[in-house]
Design a protein around this ligand. Structure first.
Ligand code: WQD
Length: 320
């Protein structure tokens, strides 16, 4: 069976990908600098290499010594808002970091990669559902680093026989267990939980968008479904040459008001959100076309929004 190196494998998403790969019968090695990842998220017995994503020497040594067959590259910074203030940090971490990983792969003969991209590459899509052929108009340096990363992976595939799949994540939520909840408070659902914990009313960032209920629409995907998509991509890269990008979402949109309603149901009371002004840079609506990943990788999401919210709430309560 194959062995996959998961960079960022101690992260919220990475920990779920590690488990899904193991559950599929694959061996895994985790490479993480623990700048954001948590060692407690890594299952017993999984080899851990603590290293910087820029350290090509350690990366190459890890690939050789563990006889790595493929790399799932998740190690990156992903706060779009922060990237506006720290663009060069984001380019260094996300682009130069990826360069080191690819150079180590090229030098050690590792020829399979699943690359963590993002729906942020689309910016504000002209039409929904968004297909992978939509023009890429990222609206943050974070999104731009993901576009550049996709180019680097694609061009490595042309130059040497890299078999790759770039996965464009939509809005990830939920938890596979209470121990694996998202510990960052950068996205809607944990931000609402934090408000509830602090006795504040959750905030709806604008209700004057051109959408049915006036609030923004997003495609929420359960982190376990997302992890399963990485296994499907790994399988495809093992089966033969793969060279494509894939949206990873549920293929349907949920509005902020709808999410607030699901959270009220999960916590057992009306959370009474207050509508405030718009947040800069929010597209009114973005949700995925998933026909390509369904056709090419045989994957589709199976978990619904309530299961994302309920599992996230259970994990939040267990960790706060
Ligand atoms: C979702 C919706 C907010 C908080 C971001 C990144 C993107 C990707 C996913 C990495 C928006 C609204 C939020 C709140 C609110 N990250 N909201 N009140 O902005 O869709 O995407 O995370 O790949 O790159 O940009 O996610 O969770 O911040 O917001 O009304 O307290 O919820 O306006 O419409 P977003 P989000």
């Amino acid at each position: 069976m194959t062995t996959w190196l998961v960079t960022g494998g101690a992260g919220y998403i990475g920990a779920h990908v590690v488990r899904a790969l193991i559950d599929s019968g694959r061996d895994v090695v985790v490479y993480d600098d623990f700048s954001a990842g948590l060692a407690r998220r890594i299952p017993e017995g999984v080899p851990i290499v603590e290293g910087d994503v820029h350290d090509a020497v350690t990366l190459a040594h890890t690939m050789r010594s563990h006889e790595i067959d493929g790399v799932v590259h998740l190690a990156a910074k992903k706060a779009a808002g922060e990237s506006v203030d720290l663009p060069l940090y984001y380019y260094r971490e996300n682009v130069v970091g990826l360069l080191s990983v690819l150079e180590a792969m090229e030098g050690t003969g590792v020829r399979r990669m699943v690359y963590s991209s993002s729906a942020a590459v689309y910016g504000t899509p002209a039409v929904n559902p968004v297909t992978e052929d939509e023009p890429l108009r990222p609206e943050s340096p974070y999104g731009e680093t993901k576009v550049v990363g996709e180019w680097m992976v694609r061009d490595a595939g042309v130059a040497w026989d890299l078999s790759w799949a770039s996965l464009r994540y939509f809005n990830v939520a939920g938890a596979g267990s209470d121990a694996l909840g998202d510990t960052s408070v950068n996205n809607l659902i944990p931000m609402v939980f934090a408000a509830l914990d602090e006795g504040r009313r959750p905030q709806v960032f604008g209700d004057d968008y051109p959408t049915p209920d006036g609030t923004c629409i997003r495609d929420y995907i359960h982190v376990q479904d997302l992890a399963d998509a990485h296994v499907a991509a790994a399988e495809r890269c093992e089966a033969g040459r793969c060279a494509d990008v894939f949206n990873v979402g549920r293929g349907e949109g949920s509005s902020v008001h709808e999410v607030m309603g699901v959270i009220s149901a999960a916590v057992g009371r009306d959370i009474a959100p207050e509508v405030v002004g718009r947040r800069a840079g929010d597209p009114p609506a973005t949700f995925a076309s998933t026909s390509r990943i369904e056709a090419e990788l045989g994957w589709r999401a199976t978990r619904d929004l309530p299961s994302m919210v309920e599992s996230a709430w259970s994990a939040w309560q267990a960790n706060h």
